[in-house]
Design a protein around this ligand. Structure first.
Ligand code: ADP
Ligand code: ZN
Length: 752
């Protein structure tokens, strides 16, 4: 697309008209100027139609970024002479985009080095310009059309409408047992007329006093402080940490209640909205209605209704995925990021941003407090607490007298599983004792955790040693036995499991290496033939309904043994669960990831936190080859704080985040040579200086992804040095062939 909006200019600006900058949802460097027709009194935030290259496009009247640090401001696009400006075509009947959101768009663009238009696209991706179609239904027409034939089917339709209440086509079809064609034909024949139905309000009003909780003194003190933050009506970031099961959710809902009492809107970000069934139930219990929900899989009508209800203020509480940050709240009074340590908050495609960090920015631009919640806070957030930038609130004990689970390691060198198996006899014994207590105590539930989908992560030929690799990626194919497929977890490639080795053609020689949850499930079936099993993995629980049903079964004790991937680590409350077995506690520690240890502690602590949340005490058993590893020691001692202090001590000297700044450059190209050439060009012009360092270029661990060859460079600076202006200067001077792409990832989370 051309960068020149004036190319097709037809009308010059008339006297008295003025220029308005309009930002369009495309990767342009900034807003384009248009002529403001006298009839339209446009203001910043107005959603308008403008001509662009002979097409009509939706854009937003923009204004100069105020309060944006100089190093974040994006350079403006070239200006066009007055006489060549095209006029704005129309003002759309859409709520004006609030200033706080406009500034947020600018800020995110500046920080992530993305074109502002691309960030705007995230705020407009609702097709906001399209009005919500009114809901309509059918009634009988008053005039009895003498000419229309009334078949038996048509008679049933008329019968279904005798009470005079309008019914939509689907309802009518069901009631009269006719197809939609019959209804349409009757409308054409004048037998039915369409009328608008005043639907129920899309969003109920949450009642802050619907059901007040009875808080413990500790919880109450914390809730009181949170209310104070909300009532302060200004920006303040705070960390709410507290052990799993301490009532953090219960307490932060009091902050939401305070926000409702202030008449302002609240936004709660959850890492995986599809897994929030229990959260929704608790919200309804507390406030009497469901919150508005926002995530990328919403249907387009729901999306438009929700967007408008947020813009109009009717949606008072929104619970959503990271994209909810870009909703047009007119008066945001509180932002909560639950499970703030979760990497799911980092968006990796398109505009790469970290929703936890951008939530803090969003709150600041809205003069609202932001609350980061976790039992295992990230080192980033802990560093902000330590420096005094964030307040710190803590809930120290589990609610209702439940104790923290005891954690122990099973040294797999001393207690190995049987050949070809993955569960140690020690874990099997403990699981059996929990599910069938010998002394007649009530049976308890057990969970086996393995963070790997499928049957086996690698398929090997016993004859020639060939390993089956993805044709598009530097990755092994993962066997999914239930689907009889090998799948790439990076690009989605699948193929049937071959009967012969693709390299040496030996028959029946391919053998699975290592376990995934499917294989553990197979082993568990053999080991515990009487146990009622349930598997929780993203591919066995497609969508929120399946997850909700699984959770209900567990809570209702229809399940004895739960086997799952990281889905089971989410904030679930399973009162009957007392034993958690971690099949491979060492799994996350391999690889050169900066945060591998931190993340493993967080994940395993969260998984373990599912155990013993009610009366019966919980136990966590970690299968490991490395029981003295600091990660295992921290989990066994339940001493998260000193583990994080040691992490901090390791990262500080080399100014690794959060004590320094990182930006990754990912070069990708069709060929290895093109990728190398571009990476070397970048390497040769790499910035340097006091507190600035460039690592690489080096082949990415995923050296080929979706057929593209990848190289990485890492820019590391001291904390007080912003990376954006350095990157801009570095990249602006360089030219790459069209087939080469250079992606910038500020504050990278993935190093693949
Ligand atoms: P966390 O978010 O810290 O893991 P939750 O808020 O999920 O803890 O609380 C754990 C369990 O204890 C939940 O079932 C919750 O309903 C219950 N709970 C916590 N505080 C209270 C309270 N004051 N009154 C009643 N139930 C509570
Ligand atoms: Zn692949």
């Amino acid at each position: 697309m051309s960068l020149d909006a004036s190319a097709a200019a037809t009308k010059p600006v008339r006297n008295g008209a003025s220029r308005v900058p309009v930002l369009l949802p495309y990767p342009f460097q900034g807003a384009f100027d248009y002529a403001q027709p006298e009839a339209l009194a446009l203001e910043p935030g107005d959603v308008v139609m403008v001509p662009l290259n002979r097409r009509a496009e939706v854009g937003v009247v923009w204004d100069a970024p105020v309060g944006l640090p100089g190093d974040l401001a994006t350079p403006p696009p070239p200006s066009v002479a007055d006489a060549k400006l095209k006029p704005v075509a129309a003002l759309l009947d859409v709520p004006r985009m609030p200033e706080s959101l406009r500034r947020f768009v600018d800020w995110v663009a500046g920080y992530t080095l993305s074109p502002p238009g691309l960030v705007l696209a995230m705020a407009l991706r609702t097709n906001a310009s399209q009005p919500v179609p009114p809901t309509t239904g059918w009634v009988r027409s008053g005039s009895n059309s003498a000419t229309a034939r009334v078949t038996p089917a048509r008679a049933r339709v008329l019968q279904a409408l005798t009470d005079g209440a309008p019914r939509n086509t689907a309802e009518l079809g069901r009631a009269a047992e006719v197809g939609t064609g019959v209804v349409r034909a009757m409308a054409e024949a004048g037998l039915l007329v369409e009328v608008a139905i005043a639907g129920p309000a899309a969003f109920g009003t949450p009642d802050p006093d619907h059901q007040d909780p009875v808080l413990s003194p500790d919880q109450n003190t914390t809730a009181q402080r949170l209310r104070g933050l909300v009532q302060g009506r200004r920006f303040q970031a705070a960390l709410l940490d507290g052990v799993t099961g301490s009532g953090k959710t219960e307490v932060y809902l009091e902050a939401v209640a305070a926000c409702l009492a202030e008449g302002r809107q609240a936004l709660v970000l959850l890492p995986e909205i599809a897994l929030s069934a229990q959260w929704m139930q608790r919200f309804v219990r507390r406030f009497g209605v469901e919150p508005a929900v926002w995530h990328s899989d919403l249907g387009s009508k729901r999306r438009r209704i929700t967007w408008r209800a947020v813009a109009g203020g009717e949606a008072q509480v929104v619970v959503g995925a990271r994209s909810a940050l870009f909703l047009p709240f007119p008066d945001l009074g509180l932002v909560i990021v639950d499970e703030e340590h979760e990497t799911a908050f980092k968006q990796e495609d398109g505009v790469t941003y970290h929703a936890r960090d951008m939530a803090v920015v969003r709150a600041r631009l809205s003069s609202a407090p932001v609350l980061l919640v976790s039992a295992t806070p990230s080192l980033e957030t802990l560093a902000n607490v330590e420096s005094g930038r964030y307040q710190h609130l803590t809930l120290a004990v589990r609610h209702g007298g439940a104790t923290m689970p005891g954690v122990a390691a099973i040294d797999l060198r001393d207690h190995p599983p049987e050949r070809g198996r993955f569960l140690s006899p020690v874990l099997i014994e403990a699981a059996r004792a929990a599910m069938q207590p010998p002394d007649g105590r009530p049976a308890e539930q057990v969970m086996l955790f393995l963070n790997r989908r499928g049957y086996a992560p690698l398929t090997l030929c016993r004859t020639c040693g060939h390993r089956i690799q993805c044709p598009n990626c530097t990755a092994w194919l993962v066997e999914h036995r239930a689907r009889r497929q090998l799948a790439c977890h990076h690009c989605g490639h699948t193929e049937a499991v071959p009967t012969h080795c693709p390299a040496c053609n030996a028959e029946n020689s391919l053998t699975p290496i290592g376990p995934g949850v499917e294989r553990i499930t197979e082993e568990a079936r053999l080991t515990f033939p009487d146990a009622r099993l349930l598997v929780m993995a993203s591919d066995t629980l497609p969508g929120p309904n399946a997850a909700a049903e699984a959770v209900r079964k567990i809570a209702d004790r229809e399940v004895d043994l739960i086997i799952g991937t990281q889905i089971v680590a989410k904030g679930w409350h399973f009162p009957g669960l007392t034993l958690v077995g971690v099949v491979d506690a060492d799994l996350g520690l391999a690889g050169g990831d900066l945060r591998a240890a931190e993340r493993t502690v967080q994940l395993l602590h969260q998984v373990g936190g599912r155990a013993g949340r009610a009366e019966a005490p919980g136990r966590v058993l970690l299968q490991t080859y490395n029981p003295t590893h600091p990660v295992m020691q921290a989990l066994i001692a339940n001493d998260f704080a000193s583990f994080m202090q040691k992490e901090a001590a390791q990262r500080r000297p080399g100014w690794w985040p959060p004590y320094g700044r990182l930006a990754a450059l990912i070069v990708s190209a069709d060929t290895a040579d093109a990728a190398d050439a571009a990476a070397q060009t970048l390497g040769r012009s790499a910035p340097s200086g006091e507190g600035v360092q460039v690592l690489g270029p080096a082949p990415a661990p995923l050296a080929i992804l979706r057929g593209r060859h990848r190289r990485r460079l890492l820019l590391r600076t001291r904390r007080e040095i912003a990376v954006q202006p350095i990157l801009r200067r570095w990249l602006d001077g360089l030219q790459f062939p069209r087939s080469v792409q250079v992606d910038v990832d500020i504050d990278p989370v993935s190093f693949l």
